[in-house]
Design a protein around this ligand. Structure first.
Ligand SMILES: C[S@@+](CC[C@H](N)C(=O)[O-])C[C@H]1O[C@@H](n2cnc3c(N)ncnc32)[C@H](O)[C@@H]1O
Ligand code: SF4
Length: 370
């Protein structure tokens, strides 16, 4: 079983915090979809005829694609891949694209999961980060998707936004809970180089939220969401029982995946490859990518990065079987300090982050890597 990721690099406007590969020049959309369909057929053998278990349309803004665009992409996928056992097909959506007419059209496609970027239910916060929708629009979009039969919905929220307070973030969590959705991703705001918000931060146009407040917000999310029946199954992800993202879980489990579209990554167990990260070049070159063959150390590092983020942690058995004594000993030795300081725990022969360790996950992961 494997996975397909499809990148849609278009946005109507850019949000101030975002450095995902995407642009606002729509004139390339038709040509891009043609290139995508061409790439689908050129790379049909990459996954060696394995059944596709999940498909994820990410962006950019995949909900900018019209019904006919999506339909033709599905036709191309069906012609080239075995989708009959596909369990989860997700479309990333922006609330302002989700008119009732569009939602009904989506229902006529095989899409069975929507991931809606809401970020906040506070209009001042939304305005500051240049979102295209209001809080009310976001709420209505979710309800409209539910009324039209979508029963697997995820939303994204961001904490640590300028001017956000622990109270206003808690309000965002309460609003999310009221909506009765199945999955919530909660991301701490990061200041990426080259983004407008990073420039504003450097110019001191707002007071950056201090680390203590940011930790408090994250801990509030964990407490509130788990209390309300969500499983905290990955550092940033919470799901109702049985509603984990199958697609993202497959990245974390080492499943092979094919990434289609500009900037998309693919992984086949031994190498990773990247499509050219420029929409115009992608359209003209289509099947041009860079490739990196992965050493045992690279594969071990990937496993640490992805598995330590998960609730289940890293299987020590797997490390020993897959990588042998040297790497296993490295892992045990570097973990020792964190085990002694209750930042990691060892249970059922798995290494897992503790509640305290989750707050320092980046540096722990860094230390365990080779
Ligand atoms: C591909 S992006 C956006 C999907 C969709 N276009 C939207 O805006 O709703 C996926 C998610 O990453 C998160 N994200 C992007 N940049 C971020 C940043 N700098 N800090 C924290 N979260 C970020 C946002 O929550 C966003 O919804
Ligand atoms: S957050 Fe979404 S809509 Fe905003 S710029 Fe990034 S990809 Fe585009």
């Amino acid at each position: 079983m494997s996975a397909i990721y499809i990148h849609i690099p278009f946005c109507k406007t850019r949000c101030t915090y975002c450095d995902f590969h995407s642009g606002t020049n729509f004139s390339l959309k038709k040509e891009y979809i043609e290139a995508l369909k061409k790439e689908i057929s050129l790379r049909k053998n990459y996954l060696k005829n394995q059944c596709i278990k999940t498909i994820y349309f990410g962006g950019g803004t995949p909900s900018l694609l019209e019904f006919e665009d999506l339909k033709s992409i599905f036709e191309a996928l069906n012609q080239n891949f075995d989708l009959k056992n596909c369990e989860e097909i997700t479309l990333e959506c922006n609330p302002d694209d989700l008119s009732e007419h569009y939602i009904q059209q989506l229902k006529n496609l095989p899409i069975n999961r929507l991931s809606i970027g809401i970020q906040s239910f506070n209009n001042n916060e939304l305005k500051f980060i240049n979102r295209r929708h209001s809080a009310k629009q976001a709420e209505e979009a979710v309800k409209c998707c539910q009324q039209n039969g979508f029963s697997n919905i995820s939303i994204d929220l961001i904490f640590g936004l300028p001017f956000q307070t622990p109270e206003s973030f808690e309000y965002n969590l309460d609003k999310a809970l009221e909506l009765n959705i199945q999955h919530i991703s909660v991301y701490g705001l990061t200041f990426e180089n080259g983004t407008k918000i990073e420039l504003q931060r450097q110019r001191k146009l707002f007071n950056e939220i201090d680390e203590e407040t940011s930790i408090l917000m994250y801990q509030t999310a964990i407490k509130k969401l788990t209390y309300n029946g969500f499983e905290h199954y990955e550092i940033s992800n919470f799901a109702k029982p049985g509603r984990r993202s199958k697609h993202n879980s497959s990245y974390w489990n080492g499943t092979h995946y094919l990434g289609l579209g500009s900037g998309a990554h693919s992984f086949n167990g031994t190498s990773r490859q990247w499509n050219v990260c420029n929409t115009k070049h992608y359209i003209s070159l289509c099947n041009y990518f860079e490739i990196e063959h992965l050493s045992q150390e690279d594969i071990y590092n990937e496993l640490v990065i992805t598995n330590l983020r998960k609730k289940e942690g890293i299987s020590l058995d797997l490390i020993s079987k897959k990588f042998g004594d040297n790497i296993y000993n490295h892992c045990k030795k570097t973990a020792q300090y964190f085990l002694e300081n209750q930042l990691l725990e060892e249970k059922n022969n798995h290494l897992k982050l503790t509640q305290k360790g989750i707050l320092l996950s980046d540096s722990i992961i860094q230390d365990l890597m080779i």
